[in-house]
Design a protein around this ligand. Sequence first.
Ligand code: C2E
Ligand code: MG
Ligand code: MG
Ligand code: MG
Length: 289
Amino acid sequence: HLAELIERYRGSPVAAGRSGSVLPHFSLDEIRTGLETHQLVLHYQPKVTTFSGVMRGAEALVRWNHPQYGLVAPLDFVPVAEQGGLIDDLTDWVLESALRQVHAWHARGLTIVVAVNLSAKSLAVPDLADRIATMASRIGVEPKYLMLEITETAVMSDLALSLGTLARLRLKGFGLSIDDFGTGFSSMQQLSRIPFTELKIDRSLVHGAAEKPHLHVMLQSTIEMSKKLHLTTVAEGVENPADWQLIRLLGCDVGQGFYVARPMPGEELAGWLKQGLTHLRMLRPPSPS
Ligand code: C2E
Ligand code: MG
Ligand code: MG
Ligand code: MG
């Protein structure tokens, strides 16, 4: 029964993408229609403490439940929305839904933090911080329960422009996470100027790392730097038990990836937690090999 459950969650629907079935290039109008006719959905992927196996939070990942193509992955429509000026509407929808979801979880006694991905384009809008604060207070979610994820490349593309928005968000009490870290060219000096609270190591440094010794020193120094900056360190893209054990060993605080759980609909998260799957599977000692 348990094995069945594990399989179910590990195999829960992943968004289709260019890699799989052939998708057309969606136009801005099609995406706008999708947004306006409530075809977008959020899936949530747990972030789990490596030390105790306890869930710290969940990241909201947008999908487009297309009437013809099924679940469409964000990379197949978010960039078009960004370029066409639809990103603020999309971001508002994601924020609103994620905040409602976290409010519902809290009402059921699940005090977790929800994370939302922001694009570089939204950071450039001066009133973003105020808009988010107003929305959170209207829905009844304290700022500390919302984390905003921004990729390293997005922040560094125009540090001067994003710094103001990020500082305002942090001052209001929201968490700030630097996403896909290790793919850009930021220096520790630049990083220390931005009030981040979390650093997510990019999947390319994490996936298969147990079998790639050349990655160990990079992982190790990234984790050390993150600790020196007093950031919570998250490894993304943990897909197998060996990588999970490695990041634990290197002192990474939090892990996220298909090994822990795939992104899932919000209603399934409570069930996933209840089954105690995290504890059962994460605290197992490394298998002798
Ligand atoms: P991200 O924020 O770095 O999210 C992690 C991506 O890696 C997600 O893909 C997730 O499903 C996938 N992933 C998680 N664990 C594993 C693993 O163990 N192995 C592998 N191979 N992949 C894993 P997804 O959902 O397709 O999202 C892709 C990107 O799209 C996200 O990268 C994020 O940058 C962007 N995105 C997603 N939702 C939103 C949104 O609401 N707004 C904006 N602006 N961007 C979004
Ligand atoms: Mg993210
Ligand atoms: Mg990421
Ligand atoms: Mg990524």
